[in-house]
Design a protein around this ligand. Structure first.
Ligand code: ZN
Length: 133
C-alpha cells in the first residue's frame, strides 16, 4: 500500500523524486569529514544532504526531516535546516509560543503584534511542548 500511494503521489506531481549533482555530493562528503560524521552516514544520507544543499544554493529553503544525529550535524555544518520526526509527524502536535529573541519575553501564540512590545524586535515562535495525540 505505501508503494501504491508513493506512485500515485509521484504521478500526480505532489511528490518529486530527485537526486543531486555530483558536485554537491562531494561537498557534503567533505563537510561530513570535517565534523567527523562521515563514517556514520549511508549513501542515501549523503544524497539527501547533497540534494538539500543543491536546493539551498538555488535559493530555496529545503528542510531535512530526520532523527539521525549525524545527518543533523552535517546539515548544520552546511547551513541546511532540519527538524526531527517527533516535532514534524502526526504523532504529536505542538503548541506554539511566540517569544522575543532579544529580551526573551514570551507572548501567547495568538498575540496579534509581530514585534515585541518592549523592545520592538520581530517575534519568533517555537514549540512550547509536544502533546501526544
Ligand atoms: Zn523584546
Amino acid at each position: 500500500m505505501p508503494w501504491v500511494r508513493f506512485n500515485a503521489a509521484v504521478e500526480s506531481k505532489r511528490l518529486k523524486v530527485r537526486t543531486s549533482r555530483d558536485v554537491f555530493f562531494h561537498e557534503v562528503k567533505e563537510a561530513s569529514k570535517k565534523v567527523g560524521d562521515e563514517r556514520y552516514l549511508s549513501e542515501t544520507d549523503f544524497q539527501v544532504l547533497a540534494l538539500a544543499l543543491e536546493l539551498k544554493r538555488r535559493g530555496l529553503y529545503p528542510m531535512i526531516v530526520t532523527d539521525d544525529y549525524s545527518i543533523q550535524n552535517v546539515a548544520n555544518q552546511i547551513g541546511v535546516d532540519f527538524t526531527s520526526l517527533l516535532t514534524y509527524g502526526i504523532k504529536f502536535r505542538f503548541n506554539w509560543i511566540q517569544y522575543c529573541p532579544a529580551c526573551h519575553r514570551k507572548y501567547p501564540p495568538d498575540h496579534k503584534l509581530k514585534v515585541c512590545k518592549v523592545c520592538g524586535t520581530t517575534l519568533k515562535r517555537k514549540p512550547l511542548r509536544k502533546t501526544s495525540l
